[in-house]
Design a protein around this ligand. Structure first.
Ligand SMILES: [Cu+2]
Length: 270
C-alpha cells in the first residue's frame, strides 16, 4: 500500500523534489539542470511520447479489431488475399514520415550539443579500471576520484554514487569536458546535464555543459568496462563562483600536478 501511495505521489510532487540523482520509483528522466538536458526532456515528453503512445494505441486497436472481426466463428471462409498495393504504400510511407518528423528536432539537439561555446573552464576526465581521474589543465590540478564504500558513507551521500574527490565547477559557466580513457572503453555520463560521451583510450572526445543550479549531481560510467563497471560513479559539485575560487586555492595545493609527478619520479628512482 505504501509503495502504491508513493508511486501515485510521484505524479503530483513537483519536479524539484527529484533533483540530481535517481530516486526510488522514479519514472522518466532526472531533473534537467542545463539547457541541453531541458531540450532532451522536452523532445522526449512532447514529441516522442505522444507518437509512441499513439502508435501503441493504434496497433492495439488493429489487433483487437482483427481478433473480433475475423474470428473463426464469424469467418468460416477466410479471405485468400495476400497483397494490397494501397495499404503497402501507406504502411511504408507513414512510418517514413513519422521518422522524418522525429529526426528534424533530434538532429537540431545533436548539433546544438556538438557545438561547444567558448569555454570558461576546461576539465579532463580520464577513465581507469575502475575509477575516474580528473585534470584541470589550466589550473595544474590533477586528482583521482574513487567511489565511497558503503560502510564509509556519510548520511548525505547516496550509495554507489558518492565519490571521495568530487569534480567542482562554478555555476552558470560553460564547462568543456575532455574525455579519454587509459585502459578500456568507459563513458562519462551525467544525466542532469544531458551529457554522455565515450572515453576511448588514445583519443580525446569532448562535450560541454552549463549547470544552472548549484548542487551535487551524480552520474555513472556508462560503458560496460569490466567487473567493477558499476562502481566508478561520477560526482560533480556545482558551486558559486566564490566557493569555486576557495576550492581552487585549496585544490592547487592539495592536488598540485607537479607534486604528484615529482612523487612518482621519486618512487621510480628508488
Ligand atoms: Cu568504466
Amino acid at each position: 500500500m505504501k509503495k502504491i501511495l508513493l508511486i501515485i505521489s510521484c505524479f503530483f510532487i513537483t519536479v524539484e523534489a527529484f533533483a540530481n540523482q535517481p530516486k526510488d520509483w522514479q519514472l522518466g528522466f532526472q531533473n534537467p539542470a542545463s539547457d541541453g538536458m531541458r531540450d532532451i526532456v522536452n523532445f522526449h515528453n512532447n514529441l516522442l511520447l505522444p507518437i509512441i503512445i499513439a502508435i501503441s494505441v493504434f496497433v492495439l486497436f488493429l489487433m483487437l479489431y482483427a481478433c473480433v472481426r475475423f474470428r473463426a466463428s464469424a469467418n468460416p471462409n477466410p479471405s485468400k488475399r495476400t497483397h494490397n498495393v494501397t495499404v503497402e504504400i501507406l504502411w511504408t510511407l507513414i512510418p517514413c514520415l513519422i521518422l522524418i518528423v522525429m529526426a528534424v528536432p533530434s538532429f537540431k539537439i545533436l548539433y546544438k550539443q556538438d557545438t561547444i561555446p567558448k569555454a570558461d573552464l576546461t576539465i579532463k576526465a580520464i577513465g581507469y579500471q575502475w575509477y575516474w581521474g580528473y585534470e584541470y589543465p589550466d589550473e595544474n590540478i590533477i586528482f583521482d576520484s574513487y567511489m565511497v564504500e558503503e560502510k564509509d558513507l556519510r548520511a548525505d551521500q547516496p550509495r554507489l554514487l558518492a565519490v571521495d574527490n568530487e569534480v567542482v565547477v562554478p555555476v552558470n559557466k560553460v564547462i568543456k569536458v575532455l574525455i579519454t580513457a587509459n585502459d578500456v572503453l568507459h563513458a562519462w555520463a551525467l544525466p542532469s546535464f544531458g551529457v554522455k560521451r565515450d572515453a576511448v583510450p588514445g583519443r580525446i572526445n569532448e562535450t560541454w555543459f552549463k549547470a544552472e543550479k548549484e548542487g551535487t549531481y551524480y552520474g555513472q560510467c556508462s560503458e560496460l568496462c569490466g567487473i567493477k563497471h558499476a562502481f566508478m560513479p561520477i560526482t560533480v559539485k556545482v558551486v558559486s563562483e566564490e566557493d569555486y575560487q576557495e576550492w581552487l586555492s585549496e585544490a592547487r595545493v592539495k592536488f598540485a600536478k607537479e607534486e604528484i609527478e615529482n612523487d612518482k619520479l621519486k618512487l621510480a628512482s628508488k
